[in-house]
Design a protein around this ligand. Structure first.
Ligand SMILES: [Zn+2]
Length: 271
């Protein structure tokens, strides 16, 4: 048998091969992306079954899971999991229990979204981004901020203080995470949906405006600080608003009863 003659170079770019068949590709799974999707599954298991042996081992003292300051979690595997935390946080919403497993600045645990986006001036004065809601409630908000605040940060601090007072009152109860866009039966994370999200977005899927990890429709229209400031200037609250329920978003406060739905559509187009 003669030697198999291989072409001198690839005839089709790997990127094209990995595209779905409906997009003109061969539908081959990109292993790096698939690996990330499966790691997200591990992250979700870690956060949703906090009493598992593995989670107990990873959870070091009062620190958050995978806190970069935890020296016992060095190595490539932990670094990969840690690197996916911003994506995992963007895909989850937290119903607060005692607040021990929830990052105060980074997780989405209030209707206004992550504190880092809702109170950007104040968040820029935080001494550490990886601090739990539980810790902030026990130490006080000022303990996790630098001593001197700018005028806008001081203003945001006054708005935030009452929210902190009410946070994490479920002492003894674990925080519960629900999944956005990739939930599966039994509260599990669907890795195929996560893979689709990675592929759909690819690099640069984050929000160029505020740096959020995923620029979902809800983020674009209601969640991004830019969008919230827009609705706020019209005196409309975005609390609880979602793109799926856009028809329920009431803009009559801004334009009266004439045609509020058409007005909302125009605003979305503008955003
Ligand atoms: Zn944004």
């Amino acid at each position: 048998m003669g030697a198999l003659k291989l072409p001198p170079k690839c005839l089709v770019a790997w990127e094209l091969v990995c595209r779905g068949k409906e997009e003109g590709g061969l539908g081959v799974r990109d292993l790096a992306t698939q690996n990330d999707a499966l790691l997200l599954k591990i992250l979700h298991r870690l956060h949703s079954i906090p009493l598992s042996r593995w989670a107990t081992w990873v959870c070091l003292g009062e620190r958050l899971l995978l806190d970069p300051r935890s020296s016992g979690l060095a190595g490539e595997h932990w670094a990969a999991l840690r690197g996916l935390m911003p994506v995992y946080r963007a895909l989850t919403r937290v119903s607060l229990g005692d607040g021990r497993m929830t990052a105060f600045w980074e997780d989405h645990w209030l209707p206004c979204g992550p504190m880092r986006c809702a109170f950007p001036a104040l968040a820029s004065h935080a001494t550490c981004s990886e601090v739990s809601v539980w810790a902030v409630r026990n130490l006080g908000l000022d303990a996790v901020l630098v001593p001197r605040l700018s005028t806008s940060a001081a203003r945001e601090r006054l708005l935030l203080l009452p929210l902190v007072g009410r946070a994490g009152e479920g002492e003894g109860e674990a925080d519960h995470r629900s999944l956005i866009l990739c939930d599966q039966k039994g509260g599990r994370l669907a890795s195929s949906a996560a893979y689709g999200l990675f592929r759909l977005g690819g690099e640069g899927a984050g929000c160029p405006e505020c740096g959020a990890s995923l620029e979902t429709p809800d983020h674009l229209i209601f969640g991004c600080p830019f969008a919230r400031a827009f609705w706020c200037s019209l005196r409309l609250s975005t609390s609880g608003a979602s793109v799926r329920a856009l028809h329920l978003f009431d803009a009559s406060m801004a334009v009266g009863s004439a045609s509020p739905h058409a007005f909302v559509q125009l605003c979305c187009w503008h955003l």
